[in-house]
Design a protein around this ligand. Structure first.
Ligand SMILES: [Zn+2]
Length: 503
């Protein structure tokens, strides 16, 4: 059925429905996506950002942080296409960095090889060489992330322009210094200078003033002495050089996604309730009435049907790494079944890991639904095939959890959770309730250096010099939100984020 012919209206109680869904795999997928789309229509954000407890032994925590920061520097584009996941395999003779990304694995694997080479060569340098090595590594990372930084720069400029126009409107003469400062920021085209500026001013009075005036909330300043992902990698290398003594990088072949679900004649309210409840279940009519009410006041059914027309499923990077390890029976280094990822896991990835027999751990989740999420595609749907039965079992458990959440939300008439962005950068700090720090703290590890405090107005000339002579750029490790503004992956710009407009 072509999408042009689809109605935007959900049938409530149709007189006729078509043939049953005979294909078991198609049925499985339809039954999974149905409550996923419905829950998304009730509210995409299912909770606050979470983070894994890192109350681990120092060595294991440090390896996790190292992998997490590697993912961060590999994610070179805004949006989700370059989202990167790494699993560290331990072989008899070497460590193998198994890497996958949503859509850019080849380019990212090549960058990771180069980065690990630089980190390895810097692991045994003397203190005198440190600055040069840090600078070289930093410039490599900034060059690789040029697309992403440029995207952030454009968002920043747009927001500054909006801000300036408001300030000019309200101008009482006392904002001239703030206006001047914003104009300096807007004219920073050079990526290195821009990053330095962002880092150095993230806790400044100016940012605090803007934050206070813009959000009308008290400022929340993090410790200024934290190190950036770039520099933490170098710090950690001092203790983890054994990982790179003998290592390889393995780019995991991209897994194809399951076909998008079809909106067939079974997608109607009666059918949805039939699949959710037994006939005698007393909650059935309450949920039916609740959904009809929510549709009347909020157009829930139209939102529910939309992904059937737009869904373009893809297998997220962390799922690719997990399935690769499990299928190939690979051993995680140090028996730590941990998959690092450059972005917090989405709601579905988190559930997939929860119900996967590998019992692997993800670092954190943004608890938001992405309707393009897909399990790996399967070629065989034989009930005796363990790969199929494994996926069937996982999807059934996920489907149950999705249905439970739909029922709970409808029965309790819960409001949608407040929206929040998906990702964290390590640059600015923005208020958000109940968000815990995502800095992967490692007790007593590294972090002994005090970062240089750099004022752009007295910036050493070396900042503009080639990497060989440039001074290292300290960025911080604070938790902060970043946009993932790719339409297909959702999210809006950090600088477009205004809590007062969120519902
Ligand atoms: Zn995901």
């Amino acid at each position: 059925m072509g999408s042009a012919t689809l109605e935007r209206r959900l049938d409530i109680d149709p007189e006729r429905i078509g043939r049953p869904r005979l294909d078991p795999h198609e049925r499985l997928l339809c039954r999974f996506y149905e409550p996923l789309f419905l829950l998304n229509a009730l509210g995409q954000t299912r909770g606050n950002h979470t983070t894994t407890s890192f109350e681990l032994d120092r060595g294991r925590a440090q390896v996790r942080r190292f992998l997490q920061n590697l993912c961060f520097i590999c994610d070179f584009k805004k949006g989700g296409s370059a989202c990167t996941a790494i699993g560290l395999e331990e072989l008899d003779t070497c460590y193998n960095f198994c890497i996958a990304s949503n859509r850019e694995t080849g380019k990212i694997a090549a960058f990771l090889k180069t980065s690990l080479g630089i980190l390895k060569s810097g692991a045994h340098l003397t203190a005198a060489d440190d600055d040069r090595e840090e600078s070289r590594f930093l410039h490599l990372c900034l060059e690789f992330a040029a697309d992403r930084i440029e995207g952030e720069r454009k968002c920043l400029c747009k927001s500054i322009k909006d801000c300036l126009s408001t300030l000019h409107e309200q101008s009482s003469g006392c904002d001239s210094k703030l206006i001047e400062w914003l104009e300096v920021a807007m004219n920073l085209d050079d990526h290195v200078q821009l990053c330095i500026f962002a880092y150095e001013t993230r806790h400044s009075d100016r940012v605090a003033e803007l934050s206070e005036r813009g959000m009308n909330e008290e400022k929340r300043l993090g410790p200024a002495s934290k190190r950036s992902s770039f520099l933490l990698l170098i710090d950690d290398m001092k203790d983890l050089s054994h990982l790179l003594e003998s290592h390889t990088v393995y780019a995991i072949d991209a897994l194809s996604a399951a076909p998008p679900p079809t909106r067939d004649s079974h997608v109607n309210l009666r059918g949805i309730l039939n699949r959710m409840f037994k006939k005698s279940d007393q909650e059935r009519s309450k949920v039916k009435n609740g959904l009809l009410y929510l549709d009347k006041v909020g157009g829930v059914f139209e939102k529910f049907l939309l992904p059937y027309e737009r869904c373009s499923p893809e297998v997220h990077a962390e799922v690719q790494v997990l399935d690769h390890f499990h299928k190939m029976r690979k051993s995680f280094a140090g028996d730590d079944c941990f998959v690092a990822c450059s972005k917090p896991a989405c709601f579905c990835c988190e559930m997939y890991f929860k119900y996967h027999p590998a019992r692997a751990t993800l670092s954190y989740s943004h608890h938001k639904i992405w309707t393009n999420w897909s399990p790996p595609n399967l070629n065989t749907f034989d009930g005796d095939n363990p790969t199929y039965t494994q996926q069937r079992d996982i999807l059934n458990l996920m489907t149950n959890e999705l249905r439970e959440q739909v029922i709970t939300q409808v029965l309790q008439r819960l409001p949608s959770n407040r929206w929040h962005p998906d990702s964290m950068t390590n640059i600015t700090s923005i208020r958000c309730p109940d968000v815990t720090s995502l800095g992967l703290e490692v007790p007593n590890a590294g972090n002994t250096k005090t970062p240089a405090i750099i004022d752009l107005t007295s910036c050493p000339k070396s900042y503009n010099r080639p990497p060989e002579t440039a001074f290292p750029l300290p960025l911080n490790e604070d938790a902060s939100f970043n946009d993932t503004s790719d339409a297909e992956n959702g999210g809006v710009s950090l600088f477009d984020y205004c809590p007062s407009t969120c519902t």
